[in-house]
Structures are given as C-alpha cells and as structure tokens.
Write a protein that binds this ligand. Sequence first.
Ligand code: BJW
Length: 258
Amino acid sequence: MSSDESLYAGKSEPLRLRKDTKVTVLSGAGISAESGIPTFRGEDGLWQDENLVKIATPRGFLADPERGWRFYNERRSNMAACDPNPAHKAIAALERAGYDVVVITQNIDRLHQRAGSARVLELHGTVWSIKCSNSRCTSEPFENHDVPLKIDPPVCEICGAYLRPNVVFFEEMLDPEVVAEADRRTKQSDIFLVVGTSGVVYPAAGFAQIARAFGAYLVELNIETTPLSYICDKTILGPCGQMLPELVSDLTGGEVRI
Ligand code: BJW
C-alpha cells in the first residue's frame, strides 16, 4: 500500500496509519497491571475489599482521613517504584514518531507521561497532586511527590481542612474542562483504542460509545472481553504489554517498534 492510499477500505480493517490519522487511546488500570500496579476489579482487584471502595468516596475518605491517606500513601509508594511497560512505551513512541496521538486515561499513576506521552488527559486526576477537601477553600491543587508524605494526614494551610489526593472519587464530578477536551477529541478520532479497562465506570466508558457513534474504528486490547467489546470493531485478547507494541508496529508498517 502506498502512503497516499486511504487508511480504510470501506469499514474494513485499518491498514496503515498516516501522520494525520487521529489516534485516541482510552486507557484503564489494565495498561499499568504489567508495571505492577493492581487493577480495581477482578480476582486480585483493589475493590475486592469493600472497605477500600468506601475510601474512594468523598464521605468515606473524610470519615477517617488517616485511613484514607494510609491507602493512598501505600499506592503512591507502589506507583513511585513502578516503571512504564511496553504498552505505555508503544503509545509514547507512536506520538514521538510524529503520529497524532492523544491519550485519555482513567489512571492516576502518570505512567503514560513517564513513558514520554505529551498529550494526556487525566479523567480521574492524579495521585501526584493534592488539594483541599473543602470545596469553598480558595487554595489551588498542588504537585506533591513525597513518598511517604511528610505530614500525615496533611491539612490545608489556608482553611485547616484535611487535604486529599486530587483524584476523582465515586459520585464526584470529573473536571469539566478535561471532559470537554476528551469529548472533542473523541468525536474527531479516526482510530480509538480501548486499552485495559473494564468499561464499567462512567463517564469514561461513554467515550468509547461516543467514538463509535462518530465513526471511529474501535480496537479493544484486554485480557478478556468487556461490556464494550460488542461496540468494538476488533477485540485483541492478551496482555497489552505484548499486544500493543505489536499493534503499533502493524499499524505503522514496522516504522514504530519498541
Ligand atoms: C488487562 C491486563 C493486561 C488486566 N492487559 N488488560 C449508580 C450509582 C452511583 C453512581 C453511579 C451509578 N451508575 C453510574 C454511576 C456513576 C459512577 C459509575 O460509573 N459507577 C459504576 C461503577 C456503576 N461514576 C462516577 O461516580 C463518576 N462520577 C460521576 O458520574 O459523577 C456524577 C454523579 C454524581 C453523583 C452520583 C452519581 C453520579 C466518577 C468515577 C470515578 C472513578 N474513580 C475511580 C477511583 C480513582 C481514584 C483511585 O484510584 O483511588 O477510578 S474507581 C476506579 O475505576 C478508578 C478507575 O479509573 C476506574 C475504572 O477502572 P478501570 O481502569 O477500568 O480498571 P478495572 O480494574 O475495572 O479494569 C481493568 C481491566 O484491565 C480489566 O478489564 C482487565 O481484564 C484488564 N486487564 N490486566 C490488558 N495485562
């Protein structure tokens, strides 16, 4: 196929990316599993422990901030010790090679950025930012990479309320600007990769549905099928640390290899 030929032959398999093909990646915890970061659902998932689910709600966290920060301190410490894996690296390599790639991630670990991805939308915030739990406080979220935290549990210097990780708990609204940007990009996408997410948490999972409705070619990479599989053009079953570098190489005719 020459580089001038269309990406698609009708609605068939995408053959080759062009530099202007809009590739969007919706990632979830499964992409970081091979880096050593636990997922949420499934047999060994964090949410097997119902007490931990409660911590990830605004009321649950503030009911016992010491317990809340213990949970997040442990995860920060684990995440700091983990490195991006070949799946993160393949996406970053694609962008570095000049392809038009945006990552919409549900992950709070920053492994996409550490792999070198520059265009990352963090739907659920990041554990490396901290904010005041008092919504009326005038303080701004700030970066903090201390492992462990120096003051535990930390309090706001302005209003004295407990500080909390700048992540999106259940029943909390996502940052409207991030959602708007993710929505805009999703609607423009030519190829939409759904990587390592169970596809049960909204509004994140809804982006795959929006991509479908706006005509993108959807490829899912997961070790098992999900509720999103039926709307995907293709589901590649297997560990994404292996499957994603292969896919990226195929889509670029071997140009991007890691
Ligand atoms: C591999 C692999 C490998 C493994 N290779 N693959 C009914 C009642 C109340 C609320 C709701 C409701 N219905 C809907 C809602 C809304 C709710 C929601 O969606 N709930 C559903 C669970 C039912 N959503 C919200 O609350 C959101 N806010 C909102 O909607 O606001 C409006 C509102 C206000 C008031 C009331 C109701 C609504 C906010 C959602 C925030 C999610 N937060 C968390 C925690 C973040 C902080 C933290 O980490 O501590 O985000 S929960 C957790 O789930 C985390 C994740 O980002 C998110 C998604 O999980 P993900 O990434 O998909 O991981 P897993 O573990 O589920 O799946 C891993 C996948 O990887 C699996 O498929 C594996 O097979 C695969 N895998 N190894 C490839 N090597």
